[in-house]
Design a protein around this ligand. Sequence first.
Ligand code: FBP
Length: 554
Amino acid sequence: MALISALQQARAAYQPKLPTVLAENGPFVTLVEGAATQSVADQEAIAGLFANTYGLPTITFAPGPQKELPAIKVGVILSGGQAPGGHNVIAGLFDGLKALNEDNELYGFLGGPSGLTSNKYRVLTEEIVDEYRNTGGFDIICSGRTKLETEEQFETVAANCKALGISALVVIGGDDSNTNACLLAEWMKAQGKGIQVIGCPKTIDGDLRNDQIEISFGFDTATKVYSELIGNIMRDANSARKYWHFIKLMGRSASHIALECALQTHANYCLISEEVEAKGMTLAGIVADLAATVKARALAGNNFGIVLVPEGLIEFIPSLGVLIGELNDLLAEGSATAAEFAKLAGLAEQIPFAAGKLSPAAAGTFAGLPDTLKGQLMADRDPHGNVQVSKIETEKLLADMVAAVLKKDAEYKAAGGKFSAQTHFFGYEGRCAAPSNFDADYCYSLGYTAATLIAAGRTAYMASVRNVASPACEWEAGGTPLTMMMNMERRHGHDCPVIRKALVELDGKPFQTFAANRERWATETEYMYPGPIQYFGPTEVCDAANLTLMLERG
Ligand code: FBP
């Protein structure tokens, strides 16, 4: 028998909240269609590539009549990095399907998209689903990062689904996984396979969002966990008064996580990659500014502080961004240079090889970096062609560079300045946390919405639940066409259709709030200690959503 903690036992009984239209009507709703939609950019190219699924209308649900529907079988995958609440998406999907017809069946394909091609699955029963309600993790069916994009893979998926009698698939994933879901939906439609594909917006990074998708699930819980940990470190720093903590936070390219944690904790310094890029800042410039903050605090007698570093920072420093872009092309899967590179033995051979193939400007930037960083920048790309920023130790690089600057600063030393750094990387600590009430409710609603869209015969949609800064009863459920979120981007050396990542908007309220306060947070010690996520208690403590959402949506 599985071991269950006391909290897990109590949490299993939590009934997630649904938008009123679904709470009162179940999945029996009428679909209200908006106007035809367009992709966010590159309309002509996207329309050409998605001839069968482009331009669909947005959908919202209104109360509808109870219907008798034939039993169906639906497949589901969890794709990409873990995010709190994935199990609740599956629970919502399961409950929605069972409400439609008790004989409906849900097949969970194992290990992410590869489960669909290898045909590895488990039929999800009530007993299995009950074990995972309101828990963190993706372990009910596990996840993976295999890409689904070739005709051959699509043929295999269709054949496997046909053999099992599956007529709809739900892809729970981030921007790249939902891009693949869109390609799959288009192919199924073009080939007349009769298999629907619905996506769900997952990622702790918070970068899968737009006018329709207000937030991706997992962001709320993960940022609350990181903010709790940062708060704990702040208490420690403020007690010992001898360390500067450099904390790198997951989030890939976007700095949403770092920004949210800065807002929650009032860290002394937080870099926002999008601002670094907009201002054209250099690595040396960032280090100089950081060192100046450390010095100012030292002159006030505070040889301690907290620095937050977004995971993707390095890509946003313009000169390094150019270098990474060139390295991406050089190491693009299937390219001749990547094949040559793969034969080289270690950094001693790889560094001169890469340096010799770069443009003069990029080669100059490359030459100025420490060898460990050069190696991290050349390390394997993920299956979608992205640099694995989680493996680049920017927090250590910055701490070392700040130390080097301060070492030469006579005034700092004369004032008794002492710089001792501790480095941390928070990412995996939060990705599988038990979902906050917000994520538990939001995820369950997304899954239930996906079941409802399937029952309505829709394909190439992302389940969307909107107005989520309001209480759950006021949430609005529906669907957003996947093609609506797309644009063309360069991947693996080619221009491809992909869902556009949402980066931090510098004129948005979350950044503006941070910018209005950061000077004070840098010099004063105004730490906030958010404490652990609460699941029971007053609604303002346990149901409150993250600050990014509240500031953006009011
Ligand atoms: P997704 O984009 O798949 O949701 O992944 C999020 C993330 O946690 C990033 O923040 C991080 O850079 C990456 O996954 C780490 O990848 P891995 O799990 O493969 O180590």
